[in-house]
Design a protein around this ligand. Structure first.
Ligand SMILES: [Mg+2]
Length: 369
């Protein structure tokens, strides 16, 4: 089955409430989906990360249409891993000259998901089953809390069945500390509480918050400092028993370097960034060999969530999946059947490929290209 066309679909939707984090505030989400068509009429979809900065979708369309598409046309989807490897070989050097190493991984993430989607649809099996797993219920944590209305949001999320919560920090220290104390009070001792500083603290700021984080029994600290600053991460690890989580901003050898340096306890690749399902599969195995836990990062749309669920349906050492809880339309409206959280878990759909059906009318509604 040969690839006959590759299309980039740019979607944009307003957020009901602006999203605030250490990266800034945003009131809309723009996403790029990659649609791959084949000689047998089977189509596959994949999602590539373009959340930041707001103009990332411009670069991504060009990278996919001008750089990757010519290398994909005519290739056999069954020769999947070679196909991805060949594109890496052809484009790694020119894109490194541009300083665009991460963008290549992100673009190929979408291509890889689309090819897995096609292979699953062709075999009439969910991707996780092709990999040797099976559709199941996946434990998730509510992501996106803070810095505003933490208490009322957490109360609603408990009612929706969430049992693990991640708080955004790394903005204002006083607010951060109040939020973590209030959140623990609302969710009680039975629920897990994680925090994410989005690489925004200095070491001296970490020392100011660490005691409170320990008192509030924080389950993991995510990206307290820049995630490639292994020396700073080592110093934090030496001072606390709270586990350190990083990975959403690692690409390729960054994972091996961080694991070799022993600076992370929980590995967090993102299927829309790290190179896709094929690459995540390798990262999860590496984490397992080194006895590290594995909890994928995810903050994208419906297709990326479907791809994340498929890999969690396969990987044996999966801890939990990130589940952004807001009503972002590109995560909900473009799906013919929605994902529901029941008792802190999402049931994977038992459909072939990535396991989702896209609502083409909704897709056209949000499309801007
Ligand atoms: Mg994060």
């Amino acid at each position: 089955m040969r690839i006959t066309d590759v299309e980039t679909i740019v979607l944009r939707a307003k957020l009901k409430t602006p999203s605030k984090s250490a990266m800034g505030s945003t009131d809309a989400m723009t996403q790029v989906l990659i649609k791959v068509e084949t000689s047998e009429g089977i189509e596959g979809y994949g999602e590539t990360w373009t959340n930041f900065p707001s103009w990332a979708y411009v670069e991504r369309q060009a990278t996919i249409q001008d750089g990757i598409k010519p290398l994909l046309i005519g290739r056999d989807v069954e020769d999947h891993v070679s196909l991805i490897h060949d594109i890496f070989r052809r484009l790694t050097r020119p894109m490194s000259q541009w300083g665009a190493r991460a963008m290549l991984y992100q673009a190929l993430s979408g291509v890889d998901q689309a090819v897995w989607d096609i292979r699953g649809k062709s075999a009439k099996l969910p991707v996780c089953s092709l990999l040797g797993g099976a559709p199941k219920s996946i434990p998730v944590y509510a992501s996106g809390l803070g810095p505003d209305s933490v208490v009322s949001d957490a109360e609603k999320l408990l009612e929706r069945g969430f049992r693990a919560f991640k708080l955004r920090m790394g903005m204002d220290l006083e607010t951060d500390l109040q939020n973590v104390i209030h959140l623990r009070r609302v969710i009680g001792d039975e629920c897990d509480l994680m925090i994410d500083a989005n690489q925004n603290w200095s070491l001296s700021e970490v020392w100011k918050v660490l005691e409170v984080l320990e008192e509030q029994a924080v389950y993991w600290i995510e990206e307290p400092v820049p995630s490639l600053d292994f020396e700073a991460l080592q110093k934090i690890k030496a001072k606390t028993n709270i586990r350190i989580a990083c990975g959403e901003n690692y690409y390729g050898t960054d994972f091996t370097a961080a694991l070799k340096a022993g600076v992370i306890d929980i590995v967090q690749p993102d299927v829309t960034k790290c190179g896709g399902i094929t690459e995540m599969n390798s990262i999860s195995q590496m984490s397992r060999y080194l006895s590290r836990d594995w909890a994928p990062h995810f903050f994208g749309g419906a297709v990326g969530m479907a791809a994340s669920l498929q890999i969690l349906g396969w990987v044996p050492n999966s801890l939990i999946m990130e589940y952004p809880y807001d009503d972002m339309p590109l995560r909900t409206d473009i799906l013919a059947t929605k994902f529901d959280v029941v008792n802190g878990k999402v049931r994977m759909p038992d459909l072939p490929g990535l396991g989702i059906e896209l609502d083409q009318e909704a897709l056209n509604f949000y499309r801007i290209n």
